[in-house]
Design a protein around this ligand. Structure first.
Ligand SMILES: [Zn+2]
Length: 496
């Protein structure tokens, strides 16, 4: 910045100073003096501090011992946090004090000190040995640790962010080593009485506590979740749990309110992640109030149930593709557009672009795959319970889909087309139960199975508890048509 020479003569820059003996100074000059004074004071303080530190170190080394341990540990932590080699941080912090030591010597000193304990990251080294050497361990110590870990740790799965902890005893010998591949478990290597190192896998205790939150939807469930400090990804639980009942893309409205009870997982009090979703409630203008509760009944896989114990999912995909519109419903008395006569339409037609993926509606075994008259390219799958699904007019059947093949729900079986007797690209989706055609929309949209009666009492108990908690989010926003307040304002009220 170049100073304007005219400013010193500028009368508007003059202001009276407290002392009458001092010449009045223009602001610019005064500011420059102040800067010089501050700089001087800072340099002086730094020099004095360094001097004091040096005196303290050379005169009373024993009182510094414990502090150095602490500092060394913090250096390692700092370096680890910054993701840089520990030596760098140490050099920066100690460089001005012990200039006669090289970086390596300083590092080695800090790590071979009695009772030292420090953490490093695995880092970008190509081998476990490399990480151990970087952590300041001697070759023989490395070998002992590797030996103890060889059947426990898969060294190929080490990642740069994995943490290593080294602890030395009072005579600076290796006492403990820890390898932390995740926040929830680690491997501990300790020296036993016989002098040999033994490894033990330790599972960190994860504390789980359900939290109950509510929010009102302004733009999307995901945004509203973020607004109350939860991850947007939890929105998929709403979409999946209510798949058979609510189409959020069409039915969600601004001002709808949802409530969620989800486990917060912590390790040593530190937040780790969100875990199990226990209860969901969505209360909307178009959807009404719907609830779902996660439960693991007996030996079955855990899933969401409604409050009466009926599974939210029927075990079927309601629609085996992403379609543009439903172009023709199930109709036993339909007038056929091509044949110009009444021909029953024993299925549902979904209009979709040619090439749109078509999925198996449920687990099953392929019983037919190929061209079949007016059906064009057809896939038929037999499922449990006497059900059979048919997928007609496919542009192409996916390779490998042939009679006898087992398919999983949502597995790709072919692509939408207009083969056979068809007026445009669409999927004809048919459903039979014991060889009789039935309407997929009424059959597959229905609720899932009821859980076994013997499970119901304990399920009802659990639900009562969750419902009390859901209702306990007292000051949750009310369902308001076209509410204008920004979501964040309302969130402040919800959150304690
Ligand atoms: Zn059709």
């Amino acid at each position: 910045m170049s100073a304007d020479p005219s400013s010193e003569k500028e009368p508007s820059g003059l202001r009276p100073l407290p002392s009458v003996n001092m010449a009045l100074l223009p602001d610019e000059l005064r500011a420059r003096r102040t800067r010089r004074l501050v700089l001087g004071a800072v340099v002086g303080a730094v020099v004095l501090g360094a001097l004091l530190l040096w005196i303290a170190r050379s005169v009373i080394p024993q009182t510094w011992e414990w502090m150095e341990d602490t500092l060394g540990h913090q250096d390692a932590k700092l370096a680890a946090d910054l993701g840089m080699p520990e030596g760098l941080a140490l050099e920066e912090m100690d460089g001005g004090v012990e200039e006669e030591l090289t970086e390596e010597q300083t590092l080695a000193l800090s790590r071979s000190r009695p009772n030292a304990r420090y953490e490093t990251l695995f880092g970008g080294v190509p081998s476990f040995r490399g990480a151990l050497l970087n952590a300041g361990l001697e070759e023989d110590e490395c070998a002992a640790i590797e030996q103890a870990l060889q059947h426990i740790v898969d060294f190929r799965r080490c990642r740069p962010e994995h943490k290593l902890v080294v602890e030395r005893d009072e005579s600076a010998g290796l006492k403990r080593f820890e390898y932390h591949p995740s926040a929830t478990e680690f491997v501990e290597v300790t020296r036993a009485e016989d002098g040999l190192f033994r490894a033990e896998q330790i599972r960190v205790k994860v504390e789980r506590a359900p939290i109950a939150r509510a929010a009102s939807v302004e733009t999307s469930i995901g945004d509203a979740l973020v607004g109350i400090g939860l991850p947007a990804g939890l929105a998929t639980f709403f979409v999946e749990a209510f798949e058979g009942q609510v189409n959020f893309a069409l039915q969600a409205r601004k001002g709808d309110v949802f409530r969620i009870i989800v486990d917060e997982e912590r390790v040593d009090g530190e937040f780790l992640r969100y875990g199990r979703v226990h209860a969901l409630e969505y209360d909307g203008q178009r959807t009404g109030k719907v609830q779902a509760f996660y439960y693991q009944a007996g030996n079955t896989q855990g899933q969401f149930y409604d409050d009466s114990g009926r599974a939210m999912q029927g075990g079927w995909l309601r629609t085996p593709l992403r379609y543009d519109r439903l172009s023709s419903r199930y109709n036993p008395r339909r007038f056929h557009p091509i044949l110009k006569r009444t021909v029953p339409h024993l299925g549902v037609d979904y209009a979709a672009a040619t090439g749109t993926p078509v999925w198996a509606a449920a687990d099953g075994r392929v019983t037919f795959a190929g061209r079949k008259g007016p059906n064009g390219n057809l896939v038929v799958i037999r499922h449990g319970g006497g059900f059979e699904t048919a997928y007609a007019h496919l542009y192409r059947i996916k390779g490998g889909i042939r009679p006898g093949k087992l398919v999983k729900q949502r597995e790709l079986i072919g692509f939408v087309g207009s083969t056979g007797r068809s007026t445009g690209p669409h999927l004809h989706f048919g459903l039979k139960k014991y060889t009789r055609s039935i309407d997929p929309l009424t059959e597959l949209n229905g609720p899932g199975l009821r859980m076994a009666a013997r499970e119901l009492p304990s399920y009802k108990d659990a639900v009562a508890g969750w419902q009390t908690q859901l209702g306990g989010i007292d000051d949750a926003p009310k369902v308001v048509a076209g509410a204008d307040e920004p979501l964040v304002e309302q969130v402040d009220e919800i959150m304690d």
